[in-house]
Design a protein around this ligand. Structure first.
Ligand SMILES: Nc1ncnc2c1ncn2[C@@H]1O[C@H](COP(=O)(O)OP(=O)(O)OP(=O)(O)O)[C@@H](O)[C@H]1O
Ligand SMILES: [Mg+2]
Length: 251
């Protein structure tokens, strides 16, 4: 399973979902790789000290002589490794202009290491540019986090259009694994309405597990921990654990 976590809307919970889903998969004992494809490097910084990093996904994807195996680092979590990012990734688009295989770079670089990592999670940037397209071309599955907010569904048409384009040619096998509602506030009527709206658009694709608002989920990256060690008894930990179970059932 290679699951891309994508939504071009910013701040909807992509990184929070990527790091905690990857940690939950790793907890279950299978080797897991988290690929940070966002120049903001939020996933990377959630587990590693940026000073530890010399080579990143950018080097692997931009340079024919560098493999992903050369950039992957272990995290403090058992079974969880990370292909780190840094701001240089933002230059990738310019670097790959005119290259015939620009959309396939990540897929090609993942091919030789897939046997080492049965589970791969890709954290995407908040755009529908070349980086996200590389993730969609490489992925077997797509998971879309949607923030429980008034503007929740704004932009989903563009995302679905991009998915259809990727399916039409480079990756017909790409499946939408599901939509996860994030930052939900159970107490408000508005949140209930929004949930119904999202279910109207995505139907059975919406995961039963809803991620509620939780300060613990905001705090854990600052301590370089996943929610499972930082606050194992929190709502965030049980929700991301249940999401992981749903993901495995569907994959
Ligand atoms: N369930 C939650 N409860 C409370 N805060 C959350 C929750 N999920 C995410 N956040 C916080 O909301 C902010 C945005 O989340 P996150 O970084 O995961 O989104 P993103 O989609 O990756 O953003 P970007 O588009 O910038 O990459 C972060 O500060 C994060 O800690
Ligand atoms: Mg992010």
């Amino acid at each position: 399973m290679i699951v891309a976590i994508a939504n071009q809307k910013g701040g909807v919970g992509k990184t929070t979902t990527a790091i905690n889903l990857a940690a939950a998969l790793a907890l279950r004992g299978r080797r897991t790789l988290l690929v940070d494809l966002d120049p903001q490097a939020n996933s990377t910084m959630s587990f590693l000290d940026i000073t530890q990093i010399t080579k990143t996904v950018y080097d692997a994807v931009a340079d024919g002589n560098c493999g992903l195996a050369d950039v992957i680092l272990k995290t403090p979590i058992d079974n969880l490794s990370i292909a780190p990012a840094r701001i240089a990734l933002a230059k990738l688009e310019a670097k790959l202009v005119g290259e015939m295989d620009a959309h396939f770079r990540l897929k090609d670089k993942l091919a030789p290491i897939r046997k080492d990592y049965p589970q791969i999670v890709i954290d995407c940037p908040p755009t529908l540019g070349l980086l996200t397209v590389n993730a969609l071309v490489a992925a077997t599955h797509l998971l879309i986090p949607i923030q429980s907010s008034y503007f929740a569904l704004e932009g989903t048409d563009d995302l679905l259009e991009t998915i259809e384009k990727v399916r039409a040619r480079p990756n017909p096998a790409l499946r939408i694994l599901g939509v996860v509602i994030t930052m939900h506030d159970k107490r408000t009527a508005l949140a209930k309405d929004i949930r119904l709206q999202i279910q109207k658009v995505f139907g059975g694709k919406v995961f039963k597990t809803v991620i509620t608002k939780s300060v613990r989920l905001e705090e854990s990256p600052a301590y370089k921990e996943s929610i499972f060690t930082f606050a194992p008894d929190s709502s965030g930990a049980s929700e991301y654990y249940r999401l992981c179970e749903e993901v495995m059932d569907r994959a």
